[in-house]
Design a protein around this ligand. Structure first.
Ligand code: NAP
Length: 255
């Protein structure tokens, strides 16, 4: 165990969208460091499975069913975490959804849902934890955006939400810096999760062909970047976007 991992022991970490995929991998990585975990997800079954897989890890786990786009639910969740653990050290805004379509086919409902979960959800969670982090004069917020924030055909709602989340990250980094609160983002490329497993095979094969590395990333690649940005090793890093995308943000391979 290195120095950063020792310091991470007992920290209270809130992870949204924790039930599966990238969020679950982040939970396991923090559990390995001995953190206390508030696992937040809208899906009860996913949360139950994750909590089961963490049994025996020795870390304290608080599963909370919450829709992050609902302000009342978010405030309740933060109050519950503080009551159980007495504070919050790290918030990972990971909950996210896709409703992909070309702009002419994006319904108003699909636009609103994606923006509400991916962008408003992160805003609500940041706002709800801020008084606690400010009182502590410490805290780390890591927002999961996407390489797609740079632009992606057929994902206007998703890219707008992630681009907005990058801007939110940068603005809050400035606003929170004087309180010793760091706000950063991790931008995953194509990662093998239930979200991408739901894509049509032809679409995902095309995306892998465009990928400089020629393969998808793993959930563990994202979890490692998140725990780094949440660690004391990242003390002087704030307002940044760390692309974990196998080089895709440098350019796509031509088909
Ligand atoms: P995933 O497999 O779909 O898992 C996301 C989890 O979040 C699910 O358990 C989901 O429940 C839950 N969730 C959905 N809406 C929620 C809400 N309103 N409140 C709380 N929880 C909610 O997704 P993933 O692939 O792990 O992606 C995680 C994050 O990484 C997302 O922000 C995504 O945009 C981002 N990302 C992923 C990739 C990739 O290639 N996978 C690439 C770039 C960025 P339900 O299943 O019931 O909806």
């Amino acid at each position: 165990m290195n120095v950063a991992e020792r310091e991470a022991r007992n920290r209270v970490v809130v992870i949204t969208g924790a039930g599966q995929g990238i969020g679950a991998a982040i939970a396991h990585r923090f559990a390995d460091q001995g953190a206390r975990l508030a696992l937040v997800d809208v899906n009860e079954e996913h949360l139950r499975r994750l909590a089961g897989s963490l049994e025996g890890s020795g870390c304290e786990v608080l599963p909370i069913i919450t829709d992050v786009s609902d302000k009342e639910q978010v405030q309740k969740l933060v109050a519950e975490v503080i009551e159980k653990f007495g504070g919050i050290d790290v918030l990972v805004n990971n909950a996210g959804i896709i409703r992909d379509n070309l702009i002419k086919n994006i319904s108003e409902q699909d636009w609103d849902q994606v923006l509400n979960v991916n962008l408003k959800g992160a805003f609500l969670c940041c706002q709800a934890v801020f008084p606690t982090l400010k009182a502590q004069q410490s805290g780390k917020i890591v927002n999961i955006v996407s390489r797609a924030w740079l632009g992606s055909i057929g994902q206007a709602n998703y890219t707008a939400s992630k681009g907005g989340l990058v801007s939110l990250t940068r603005s809050l980094a400035l606003e929170f810096a004087r309180f010793q609160i760091n706000v950063n983002a991790v931008a995953p490329g194509l990662i093998d999760t239930p979200m991408t497993q739901g894509m049509p095979t032809e679409g995902s094969e095309r995306l892998i062909r465009m990928q400089p590395t020629g393969k998808m990333g793993k959930v563990e690649d994202i979890a490692a970047a998140v725990t780094f940005l949440a660690s004391d090793d990242a003390e002087f890093i704030t307002g940044q976007v760390l692309h974990v995308d196998g080089g895709k943000s440098c350019g796509l391979l031509s088909l």
